[in-house]
Write a protein that binds this ligand. Structure first.
Ligand code: GLY
Ligand code: MN
Ligand code: MN
Length: 461
């Protein structure tokens, strides 16, 4: 099915499954102003709008009316907009891209709604249209007296989240392209980062490659943590310089046509993983590979996470960092002192994509589970990340309460000797299939030999 038929089929499925006879608005959202300036944050259309309309146009609203079907309302630039930002894409062209019969100026939405006064209404996509209607050229909602059905709105959003879990051929193509762009960025970093370069300089090189490969933006703020900074899970790259003996944790992904890739690699500045770095890297890698091998339809993601935690705990016992029986250590969440986040999450139009939790399941508040972002049985053509890690995080490991709670479970002398170690994360994007999973980011080197070979190219240059 081509992309346009796919958009129409998605809308058809929503119209059929909504169980709602009324007006539906799916807004893209309006740009968010940067306070105190005349600028705005970079615009991202709400993923549900993008999923149904295939567009990334600020202020666009997709509407469904039981009699008129689907329509698109989009802003038409006035003379001032045309002077400063250009003519934009004509409505006919937007309609063609969205595979929709009718695209109308956003300025007509107010009258269109006025004619539907009192009809039941559901809202999906960006709810800013409810909170700031004036930015869409609408009268205040009180004046329009809408009959907004909260339950129908939630039902439609949930339906969208469920549909978005399964990626179609076109989405998978974009995700493969995003993975290919990420490959270029990560390989460039490994191949050129030298002692004395800063984390920020590494980020610049990675992102330049993403953009050269066709990405319009990164899928999320790139993470580059060298030495102890690698233990900060979402660290923004700083001016710290890379030093011999450090490992560097890089988590960066390109976005192509709205689709994210999300990739972490960890490499040694000197060109060689030494001592504990090598052992712990190999442990994280083997935990990641085992989880990828076990990812198949029907597998509960939570189980995959808990099995990865147990493998991690076993490895840490073998390395003399944890003490005790691995299964009991995981029951006590002792592994989470070193691997506090979840094994991964859904991936797609958002980096932490919609639909991660099966309806009716709530995130656990257990220390070892509370940052798990996916809790559902896997199905073919879901795309998830698999990203175990090991970190020496002072905030956890120097906490007196935790040291007391886990006094018998941790070799604290050994852990204190790892001060400044930083962190290791290895993350790939994995498409579930009936057979072996397809790793969309498989070409990005992660075996020790391959990583060290790239690092030698940088050092010997
Ligand atoms: N890059 C964010 C994450 O891995 O979840
Ligand atoms: Mn991730
Ligand atoms: Mn990541």
């Amino acid at each position: 099915m081509d992309e346009r038929s796919q958009l129409a089929a998605r809308r058809e499925a929503i119209a059929r499954g909504a169980g709602f006879h009324g007006v539906l608005l799916v807004a893209a959202g309006q740009p968010i102003p940067i306070a105190g300036t005349d600028q705005s944050h970079e615009f991202h259309a709400h993923p549900d709008h993008r999923y149904l309309a295939g567009l990334d146009v600020p202020g666009a609203v997709l509407t469904l009316d039981p009699f008129e079907g689907w329509q698109l309302f989009a802003p038409v630039p006035g003379i001032e907009d045309r002077v400063w930002v250009g003519d934009g894409v004509p409505l006919e062209e937007l309609a063609a891209r969205a595979a929709i019969d009718r695209a109308r100026p956003l300025a007509e939405l107010d009258t269109w709604l006025e004619r539907r006064r009192g009809e039941p209404m559901a809202i999906a996509g960006n709810h800013d249209i409810l909170h700031r209607p004036e930015r869409y050229g609408l009268a205040p909602w009180e004046a329009l007296e809408p009959d907004v059905h909260r339950e129908a709105s939630e039902h439609i959003s949930q339906q969208l989240a469920e549909m978005r879990r399964t990626k179609d051929a076109d989405e998978l193509e974009r995700m493969r392209a995003a993975g290919a762009a990420s490959l270029r960025g990560h390989v460039a970093a490994m191949r050129l980062a030298r002692p004395g370069m800063t984390e920020r300089q590494v980020e610049i090189e990675i992102e330049a490659e993403f953009f050269r490969a066709g990405a319009l933006r990164t899928a999320y703020g790139s993470i580059v943590g060298s030495g102890p900074n690698g233990a900060i899970l979402h660290i923004a790259p700083s001016n710290r310089d890379l030093r011999d003996g450090d490992i560097v944790m890089v988590d960066a992904g390109a976005e192509i046509d709205g689709y994210a890739s999300d990739v972490s690699r960890t490499w040694p500045v000197s060109g060689r993983f030494e001592g504990a770095q090598r052992d712990l890297y190999q442990l994280v890698l083997s935990v990641q590979e085992a989880a990828i091998a076990d990812a198949r339809p029907g597998k509960e993601y939570r189980e995959l996470h808990l099995e990865a935690c147990e493998r991690m705990a076993r490895g840490l016992v073998d390395l003399g960092i944890l003490r005790g029986d691995p299964a009991s250590l995981v029951e006590r969440d002792a592994h989470a002192l070193f691997f506090p986040h979840g094994l991964g999450h859904m991936l797609g139009l958002a980096t932490h994509d919609a639909g991660g939790c099966l309806a009716g399941r709530a995130p656990s508040d257990r220390f070892g589970l509370k940052w798990l972002r996916a809790d559902l049985p896997l199905q073919s053509d879901y795309v998830v990340t698999i990203e175990p890690g090991f970190y020496v995080i002072d905030a956890l490991l120097r906490d007196p309460l935790r040291r007391e709670q886990y006094h018998d479970a941790v070799n604290w002398g050994r852990v204190d000797g790892l001060a400044g170690f930083g962190g290791i994360r290895i993350e790939d994007d994995v498409r579930i299939t009936a057979g072996e999973a397809e790793v969309l980011t498989a070409e990005i080197p992660k075996q020790i030999d391959a990583v060290e070979a790239l690092r030698r190219e940088a050092i010997e240059r």
